[in-house]
Design a protein around this ligand. Sequence first.
Ligand SMILES: Nc1ncnc2c1ncn2[C@@H]1O[C@H](COP(=O)(O)OP(=O)(O)OP(=O)(O)O)[C@@H](O)[C@H]1O
Ligand SMILES: [Mg+2]
Length: 321
Amino acid sequence: MSRDHVSHADLVRFADERVNLKRDDAADLRAQANRLRDRLETYLAEHPDFALRKMMLSGSLAKGTALKSISDIDVGCYVSSDSAPDKISDLIDWLAKKLETAFPNFKPEQIKRKTYSVGVNFITTGNEVDIVPILYAGDPQWRGDLVSQDTGEKLMTSVPMHLEFIRKRKTANDKHFAQVVRFVKFWSQLIKQQDENFRFKSFMIELIVAYLADRGLALSDYPSALGKIFAFIANDDFETAITFADYYNPATCAATGAPVRVWDPVNNKNNVSALYTRQNKEKIVEAALDAGDAIDSALRAITKGDTVRYWQKIFGPTFNV
Ligand SMILES: Nc1ncnc2c1ncn2[C@@H]1O[C@H](COP(=O)(O)OP(=O)(O)OP(=O)(O)O)[C@@H](O)[C@H]1O
Ligand SMILES: [Mg+2]
């Protein structure tokens, strides 16, 4: 039986060794972001009229879905919408200047203006904290207008609501939700390395896994869960609009002819995959079909060598047991 050759437990071990950001490393990176947040709080206590309101860790480090290969630390910076400039390039420059004021011990070259965000570089560790502005007018649930990192467009969002959405799924599938997400992200990252036209945003992966888990997909057995996720993507061909009823009625999602519809759970006007073309979609579907076939073959293979080779089609040559 090929499950004797590569079992759920083998995938758990592989995840610990190669896929997941280690707990201690995650804690170090979080601590770096939190130091910035705390320094801003200290500055705000003395300068209550300063237009920056709050920094919040967002992204995979906040959600517990980061890969070992994590590159940046995502932080949302809430800024008072009535004092921030409207034009994106002015907004970014303004935010960078504000950060220079609040963090005077950073050298100017450590604070980098990017197209839609400001990068703060920690020289000692080489990590970059990517600070994304969110225009804020006082909503108690911290809804505000996020500057989209894809288009620079302003999109209503809320960092705490996104985190709460993911936390609910993690609670429903303790350990397994985050682990299955990390496996799918790892798979997608390997394909990205081989094909620069392959796109599959981490947030989309999380939402698709959440959608399936909400509908009863068991995540606790990884070979089976992954097989079913790939089969869903391959068979569904993105015909289904991925929506959630946590914060709005899914029937109210804006009409769109977009080939891929994965709706932001906190904003029914924001299709997270609005920029995905038919070709982007086809590449994901084709890759999912291949991955699903590889899992089927791995589960049927007779020898250990064959079983491992099939899993390597999904997780690359570093996969071993
Ligand atoms: N199109 C979008 N619309 C609204 N919010 C988004 C969108 N894309 C990303 N986000 C927000 O940014 C966060 C980070 O998502 P993203 O897909 O960029 O990477 P990540 O979860 O940090 O994963 P990793 O960096 O490990 O690839 C999401 O949790 C979500 O809150
Ligand atoms: Mg990230």
